[in-house]
Write a protein that binds this ligand. Structure first.
Ligand SMILES: Cc1cc2nc3c(=O)[nH]c(=O)nc-3n(C[C@H](O)[C@H](O)[C@H](O)COP(=O)(O)OP(=O)(O)OC[C@H]3O[C@@H](n4cnc5c(N)ncnc54)[C@H](O)[C@@H]3O)c2cc1C
Length: 367
C-alpha cells in the first residue's frame, strides 16, 4: 500500500496521477475535513512546472475553467506611491501563470479521486521502519496502519522527514503580517480598484506590502518585514500593522488599515538549500517536506511537479518502489536546489534596503 501523508497540493496530485495509472494509494490528512480550515490565498500555476502536473493528472479542462487569466495583472510601486511597473493582461494573453484559489485547486484534486482515498482527521505522529521497506504508521487518533511506500507530502514540519534526516526548517529573516479585506468590491470599492484584478506590490527598505485579489472577491493584504524572529508577534490589528508603514503613501497604508482583525503573523521558515539524505527503502518526500523555500511563487508548482514525476516513476517500475524512488529523488533535488537558490536571492533582494530598485531591475532587466 502507498501511504501519502498530507492532502496538500503535492499529496493530492500524487494520489491523482497514481489513480490515472490504475495505482491505489491512501492519503492520511491531519485536517478533520476538506472545509476544516481556510486554505489561504491564490497560487500561480506555471506552464513550465505546475501545469505539466495538471496535464499528467488529466485535469486541464477543469483547471483552466477555474484559473483566472486576469489574476496575472501586476502593479508595482515604491513606498512614495510612484508606479514603477504595470502589467495588464490582454484577453488573449497566454496562460503562463494563471492564478487559482488554493481551495479551488484542492477541490479539483479531491473530486478527481475515488471516494475514501483521503482519510480525514488522520495526523501522522511517527512512522517506524518494519524492515523490507515497510513502515508502521502511528496516527494521532491512536490507530495504526502499514505501508509499502510512505510519501511525506506533509509540508515543512514533516513527520516523515525524520526517517531520512534530522534537518528542520529555520527562520529565514522575513515575517509576514497577513490580513484580508472581505467582499472588497462592496466594502471598499476604491481599494479594490487600486489593487485591480491581480497583484499589487509596494516596496520600501526592508519592508513590502503585497495585496492580491482572490477569486471570491477577498483582497488579501500582507506586509513582509525583515526582522528578528518574533519581533512582530504582538501585532493584533490594523493600527499596529499600519504603524510599520510610517511615512508610506496614505493610499498604500489604507490597504492594511482596511483589513479586519485577526491578523496572521507568519515567520517564513526554510530548509537548508540542497537538503539531501541517504535513500531508505520504502520512504520518500515531496514538495515543502523535501525543500521548503522562501515563498516566491514556486513551492506549490514544485510540489505538483514532484508528485507527477514520482507517480510516473512508480508506474514505470511496477512493484519496485526502490527503483522508482532512485529515479525520482535526484531529479527532484536538483530542480528544487536551483529554485531554492533563486527564491532565496529574490527574497533577499525584496527585503534589502533598495528593494524597489532591485525588483524593478528583476522584472525589467534595466537598472
Ligand atoms: C504566503 C505564501 C504564498 C505562496 N504563494 C505561492 C504561489 O503563488 N505559488 C506557489 O507555487 N507556491 C506558493 N507558496 C508555497 C506553497 O504554498 C507551498 O509550497 C505548497 O503549499 C507546498 O505544497 P505541499 O503539498 O508540499 O505542502 P502543504 O501545502 O504544506 O500541504 C501539507 C498537507 O499536509 C497536512 N499535514 C501536515 N502535517 C501532517 C501530519 N503529521 N499528518 C497528516 N497530514 C499532515 C497539512 O494539513 C496539509 O494539508 C506560497 C506560500 C506562502 C506561505
Amino acid at each position: 500500500m502507498i501511504a501519502i501523508i498530507g492532502a496538500g497540493p503535492g499529496g493530492l496530485t500524487l494520489a491523482r496521477v497514481l489513480h490515472v495509472h490504475g495505482i491505489d494509494a491512501v492519503v492520511y490528512e491531519r485536517d478533520a475535513s476538506r472545509t476544516a480550515r481556510p486554505q489561504g490565498g491564490m497560487l500561480d500555476i506555471r506552464a513550465d512546472s505546475g501545469q505539466i502536473a495538471i496535464r499528467e493528472a488529466r485535469l486541464e479542462d477543469p483547471f483552466f475553467r477555474a484559473a483566472r487569466r486576469e489574476g496575472q495583472d501586476f502593479v508595482m510601486l515604491d513606498r512614495s506611491g510612484t508606479v514603477l511597473l504595470r502589467e495588464d493582461t490582454p484577453d488573449d494573453a497566454p496562460l503562463l501563470m494563471p492564478e487559482i484559489d488554493r481551495a479551488d485547486l484542492r477541490d479539483l484534486l479531491l473530486d478527481s479521486l475515488p471516494e475514501g482515498t483521503v482519510r480525514w482527521g488522520k495526523a501522522l505522529e511517527a512512522a517506524e521502519p518494519l524492515g523490507g521497506g515497510r513502515h508502521l504508521l502511528r496516527l494521532a487518533d491512536g490507530t495504526t496502519a502499514e505501508s509499502d511506500l510512505i510519501v511525506g507530502a506533509d509540508g515543512g514540519n514533516s513527520r516523515v522527514r525524520p526517517l531520512l534526516c534530522d534537518d528542520r526548517p529555520a527562520y529565514a529573516g522575513l515575517t509576514h503580517i497577513e490580513g484580508a479585506i472581505r467582499d472588497a468590491d462592496r466594502t471598499h470599492p476604491d481599494l479594490a480598484a487600486q489593487v485591480g484584478r491581480g497583484s499589487y506590490w509596494a516596496l520600501g527598505p526592508g519592508l513590502h506590502l503585497a495585496a492580491q485579489r482572490n477569486g471570491d472577491g477577498t483582497v488579501k493584504v500582507g506586509i513582509g518585514a525583515r526582522c528578528p524572529e518574533g519581533a512582530h508577534d504582538g501585532i493584533d490589528g490594523p493600527d499596529a500593522a499600519a504603524a510599520l508603514l510610517d511615512g508610506w503613501h496614505p493610499d498604500i497604508v489604507r490597504l492594511i488599515r482596511a483589513c479586519e482583525p485577526p491578523f496572521t503573523i507568519r515567520s517564513v521558515k526554510v530548509l537548508p538549500i540542497g537538503l539531501t539524505w541517504t535513500p531508505q527503502p520504502g520512504v520518500t518526500l515531496l514538495g515543502d517536506a523535501a525543500h521548503l523555500m522562501p515563498p516566491t511563487g514556486f513551492g506549490a508548482n514544485l510540489a505538483l511537479l514532484d508528485a507527477a514525476e514520482l507517480a510516473l516513476a512508480i508506474a514505470a517500475h511496477p512493484g519496485d518502489f526502490e527503483a522508482a524512488v532512485a529515479e525520482y529523488e535526484p531529479v527532484m533535488r536538483d530542480r528544487a536546489t536551483a529554485r531554492a537558490e533563486f527564491s532565496t536571492s529574490i527574497m533577499e533582494e525584496m527585503i534589502a534596503d533598495d528593494a524597489a530598485q532591485n525588483m524593478l531591475r528583476f522584472f525589467t532587466g534595466n537598472d
